[in-house]
Write a protein that binds this ligand. Sequence first.
Ligand SMILES: C[S@@+](CC[C@H](N)C(=O)[O-])C[C@H]1O[C@@H](n2cnc3c(N)ncnc32)[C@H](O)[C@@H]1O
Length: 237
Amino acid sequence: MMIVKPMREPVSGLVNVAAMAELVARGESERGELALLRRDDVLELRVNGVFVMDTAHTATERELATATLRAVGAARLRVLIGGLGLGFTLREVLADPRVEEAHVVEIEPDLLTWHRDGLVPHTVAAVRDERVRWHLGDVAEVLAAQPPDHFDVVLLDVDNGPDFLVYDANSAIYRGEFLARSAEKLTSGGTLAIWSADTSPALRAALHEVFGNCEELAIPVRLGRHETTYHLFLAVR
Ligand SMILES: C[S@@+](CC[C@H](N)C(=O)[O-])C[C@H]1O[C@@H](n2cnc3c(N)ncnc32)[C@H](O)[C@@H]1O
């Protein structure tokens, strides 16, 4: 399918961005190439040459945390975050004093190393926060290994959404089996939230099927001269 929607797109446009940018760090894994680039003061994360996100436009990554935590009434929170990225969702989670543990699942070992080495100064304090529990691996596998009724909040931002995958294997994350597994790991009243660059009737239906409810938040975003809308899908156990 051809992708027509600009997603987490760099302001200066895609053409020659990599050429204009300074390479801060580069890694390789079985999934391909990971690169951290700098343009002026903006850091940018790319996977196999594809733009994933940058530090200039992080409102919806932060909103993934704030909107979801706002909706959860518990006095103490244990949160799981799927996908560290540049750490903005994590930083926002940790800003909530109710959070006692923030479990972060990241599949790319080099990205963890870069954060620990302080290459992403915007979120360095969050990465070093003692409430963080690190899991290196696939969020589907890590979540499956957790005890039931364990998390008050599960936040997933591992792709640009169900229709714009960073890794093909992630398609399972948006389907019934994994969503049901996530529901099992949530406490009663706990919330699963998923970031997406676009609306997704299929994801909404799958969440309804598993949880019996789904709220979709459409958040307007300005990316340089572009205006677009990103989406958060929330479902309560
Ligand atoms: C869009 S970024 C996350 C952005 C993050 N919300 C932030 O605020 O910076 C996606 C992250 O998910 C990671 N990722 C992709 N697939 C994954 C998987 N199956 N399990 C764990 N992490 C994954 C990528 O390596 C990347 O770091």
